[in-house]
Write a protein that binds this ligand. Sequence first.
Ligand code: NAP
Length: 249
Amino acid sequence: MATKALLITGAGRGIGAATARLAAAAGWRVAVNYVANSAAADAVVSEIVAAGGDAFAIQGDVGIERDVMSMFEAVDSRFGRLDGLVNNAGVVDRKARVDEISVKRLDRMMRVNVIGTMLCAREAVKRMSTRHGGEGGAIVNLSSIAATLGSPGEYVDYAASKAAIDTFTLGLAREVANEGIRVNAVRPGIIDTEIHASGGQPDRIAAMRGMVPMKREGTAGEVASAVLWLLSDASPYTTGALLNVSGGR
Ligand code: NAP
């Protein structure tokens, strides 16, 4: 059987990059999507190739339909198959109350986090579902523990976008359960990546780690190992699961 092929969105940095490295080490061929930082994505690809794996970088904004179509077409021509999708690309924004939120901010938050995930899932199902002649596969969506907390005073819009991912995961899991595709979500807690600085809070981890029952932040690798398990044949009867990777938070 040909080596399984995986597309990870937002895989140049953070949790996506850690997942790409771990997946390649587990034998997956990996398409490393990014939106702006080509150097970071190229570095992930070089690392995988140097270790004997197969990967390529592909630019594209998950919130733009034509970019998503091109990304999947690039995977089709490069790998000739698709067995897994990790919907990892996601954004936060500045700390704000709901009464301060602009429609521009909401458009970006929902477009990247929600519409991006749904567009990529649509293209993956078209390729993997036995209903469409595919061989099945697995989808893992990156939600957040914020979906269960609401993130008041910080970014309720982000938390709500991730709650949408939870419900989408449940619905899609049941829709394609009999078509060879498992769909699950991982809900990370406070993880050490650059996302906090991108939302204008570079010290967020130090400020919040005391609120985590384990009294520490998680690593991108700790989230990646949960994603890999859900992608793998080691979880054949798990679908529609929302797995907290949050140190007990
Ligand atoms: P990160 O370090 O900020 O990395 C985000 C990645 O997503 C980057 O590779 C970025 O590409 C890419 N990206 C952003 N917008 C994109 C778009 N429109 N199209 C395609 N790619 C895009 O983030 P992270 O902390 O690893 O987070 C990964 C996922 O986990 C997100 O969905 C996030 O909401 C979720 N999560 C994170 C935490 C946490 O504490 N870190 C907690 C809960 C949930 P460039 O490199 O090109 O900019």
